[in-house]
Design a protein around this ligand. Structure first.
Ligand code: SAM
Length: 275
């Protein structure tokens, strides 16, 4: 059974038993992580003032914090904005967990609206005055290939690369990139060199976001949007470190996780031997 825990900012999250990881950084706080590593790095505050409708791709719906905080920030900045959100999530039991959370006051109404939706043909759909959310309950590698529209922002929030490797490959990043408008920004909590290298190989430019609850910077990626630059130190690490090797799937996006990890390890081991 997954267990509920309190995070540094007082908001709650769960530990997922299958991956043996928390849904959120306990040191940053669930709410704070959503705000500072996902929503603001994607410039949802600014975009909601500039556009009447925002198209958001949310990868790993989980407990719904990224989506809920996004709705809060967007509607505070522009009460008339409309958010068209597509989420991808493989685990239908997340709703049982959400119902057990003590939702912070500032998100309570938003969650109440989120929970008013209906399940239909493997999807959960909910509409309100300010948003439509469609959660596709399917393995992301399959679901993403079927999406046929473009987004203004992407929240990329799978479990960590070591346990959820198939979600961090060059090939899945290329698929996500094909769904993004040129100016769109993808935000992720990950600071992994393999992830950063994978985003670069997929054709993104990448940038760093100030650390929250730890020393490492998190990552943003875009095709042609405005993002903070990489530091010279990080550029050098990405060029020289033996760990700066991207994870690779096959073209069909169906290699088993263990194989992706094994292939990555054998390339890193070769590099370490040469170093
Ligand atoms: C770190 S949690 C997401 C937290 C969430 N964004 C939030 O704000 O509450 C990662 C989520 O990704 C989902 N996930 C992991 N691998 C997946 C896959 N291959 N396809 C779809 N969803 C996946 C997990 O079930 C989990 O809910």
């Amino acid at each position: 059974m997954d267990s509920k825990i309190k995070t540094a900012d007082g908001t709650e999250t769960f530990i997922n038993q299958e991956y043996n990881e928390a849904y959120h950084s306990t040191k940053a706080g669930a709410y704070t992580e959503s705000l500072l590593k996902f929503v603001l790095p994607c410039r949802i505050d600014r975009l909601s003032k500039e556009k009447k409708q925002l198209d958001i791709l949310d990868i790993g719906f989980g407990l719904g914090y990224n989506v809920a905080v996004c709705i809060k920030v967007a509607t505070e900045n522009n009460p008339d904005v409309f958010l068209n959100i597509v989420s991808v999530e493989k685990d239908i039991s997340v709703f049982e967990k959400i119902k057990q959370l003590s939702i912070p006051d500032s998100l309570r109404e938003i969650y109440r609206d989120i929970l008013k939706g209906e399940f239909k043909n493997g999807k959960y759909i909910v509409r309100s005055y300010s948003f439509k959310i469609e959660i596709i309950f399917e393995e992301a590698r399959k679901a993403l290939k079927k999406i046929n529209r473009k987004f203004d922002a992407v929240f990329y929030d799978a479990f960590s690369p070591k346990v959820n490797t198939e979600m961090w490959t060059v090939e899945i990043f290329k698929t996500v990139k094909s769904l993004m408008r040129e100016e769109a920004v993808l935000s992720t909590y990950s600071a992994s060199l393999a992830v950063r290298k994978g985003l670069l190989e997929a054709g993104f430019k990448i940038g760093l976001v100030e650390p929250v609850g730890r020393k490492s910077y998190s990552t943003v990626a875009t095709v042609n949007g405005n993002i903070p630059p990489l530091t010279e130190k990080e550029k050098e690490r990405l060029e020289r470190s033996p760990y700066a090797v991207p994870y690779r799937d096959n073209e069909q996006l169906n290699l088993p996780r263990e194989i992706i990890l094994q292939n990555w390890k054998s390339i890193v081991d070769q590099k370490l031997k040469k170093a």
